[in-house]
Design a protein around this ligand. Structure first.
Ligand SMILES: CC1=C(/C=C/C(C)=C/C=C/C(C)=C/C=O)C(C)(C)CCC1
Ligand SMILES: [Fe+2]
Length: 386
């Protein structure tokens, strides 16, 4: 390739990245900021509203964002220009094995030790959602995070916002969800659900009681205070270090964007009711960003996006077609979990709990695929992004 062609290629690449960044990350972040007043009143609503929003978000984009994982090795290997290509068959086979083994292990873990599995799932989500935002900042080409240590700190902050801040701001609802999930796996002798309908209700069921008590340390004021302090400290450190980079010549706009997003997410998770807040975030933040990232490794989608009017819509339609079969597969996993758990699945809380366990089973293998993509794209390679 001539130098001129290479330069033109690089500038095309930057244009398409910036378009995708605008539609899948920056505009949704502005929309979330605009939604803050709505978020602020959600603690006044019944939790079922949050469950409905979570279910809708999962139905519309949440499940789909991982449903093209089987094509990721194929596309990333082809687009990366490094190493040998990967055939469709190998791509699908490798990802299916990873999903079957790791997803199965997660379900078994919930049966054997529901409290530990729940805590592990929150930790995994922390890692995964933080990993997702670091990848988005890399697509945006920010250059105030040149080292893996700074990126790790960003991961801790960004993943902790949805997972840790609600524990500090709205512990009752957080605990309710934890008990719903754990309660799925502790049926009482009559076979009805052992899950408490509200914190402390149905205290006559000993097994559910024991399970609920195991969650106590997580909600102790000292734990919540420590979690809040770690999150505040990590945020200040991360943004402070970034600012130092700006003083040393890094792009100020990239840092301002990072800081702005962090502030919006802090406000969102401090104010909004946890289930509602996480439902909106999962769909409109994490999933959309990941879909945008995947469009960039699909050459057909890239030419859709650069085609101008309706380009992003066409790329999304293409994504929806690719994702449709395994989105349905994901919902079958939800159904499978509902049938497998020992308790009856009767109300909105049980529906959320079953969905979360199914999502947990799908998330562990999804994280492996995304980590592979991160490696392939050099998201953690030292040096400036972009
Ligand atoms: C809803 C909810 C919770 C957990 C949500 C989780 C853990 C969701 C994970 C989703 C994933 C991993 C999606 C894939 O990318 C908490 C924090 C327990 C309590 C508050 C309400
Ligand atoms: Fe994801």
């Amino acid at each position: 390739m001539t130098d001129l062609a290479a330069t033109a290629d690089a500038s095309d690449d930057r244009t398409v990245r910036s378009l995708v960044d605008r539609w899948f990350a920056r505009r949704p972040a502005i929309a979330l900021a605009a939604l803050l007043p709505v978020g602020a009143v959600t603690p006044l609503f019944p939790v079922e509203i949050g469950v409905a929003v979570f279910a809708l978000g999962t139905l519309v984009v949440g499940m789909a964002h991982g449903a093209v994982d089987h094509l990721v090795p194929l596309r990333a290997a082809a687009g990366g220009g490094e190493g040998p290509g990967v055939s469709l068959r190998r791509s699908v086979a490798a990802v299916s094995v990873v999903y079957a083994v790791l997803g199965g292990a997660v379900v078994v873990a919930f049966f054997l030790a529901p409290v530990a599995a729940f805590v592990g799932f929150v930790g995994l989500t922390w890692l995964h959602w933080g990993q997702g935002d670091v990848a988005t900042l890399s697509i945006a080409g920010v250059d105030h995070l040149p080292t893996p240590v700074e990126r790790t700190l960003t991961l801790v902050v960004r993943g902790g916002l949805p997972m840790a801040v609600p524990l500090v701001s709205h512990p009752e609802e957080y605990r309710l969800v934890a008990e719903w999930v754990v309660g799925l796996f502790v049926a009482d002798a009559s076979g009805t659900t052992g899950a408490p309908d509200a914190v402390g209700a149905e205290a006559t069921i000993p097994t559910a009681d024991v399970a609920a008590a195991a969650l106590d340390p997580l909600f102790a004021p000292s734990t919540r205070f420590a979690v809040g302090a770690v999150m505040a400290g990590a945020t200040l450190l991360s943004l402070g270090l970034g600012y130092r980079r700006v003083r040393a010549g890094a792009d100020r706009r990239g840092w301002l964007r990072d800081a702005g997003e962090t502030v919006v997410l802090w406000a969102w998770f401090l104010l909004a009711a946890p289930v509602f807040a996480i439902g909106v975030y999962f769909a409109a933040w994490h999933s959309l960003r990941h879909v945008g990232r995947l469009l960039l490794v699909d050459p057909d989608a890239v030419s859709d996006v650069t085609d101008g009017t309706g380009g992003v819509r066409a790329a999304l339609a293409r994504f929806a077609r690719d994702a449709a079969p395994l989105t349905l597969g994901g919902f079958l996993v939800v159904g499978g979990v509902a049938l497998a758990v020992p308790s009856n699945v009767g109300d909105a809380g049980d529906l959320l709990a079953v969905s979360l366990v199914a999502i947990a089973a799908l998330t562990l293998p999804h994280v492996v695929v995304v980590a592979w993509l991160d490696g392939k794209q050099g998201v953690w390679r030292p040096g400036s992004f972009g």
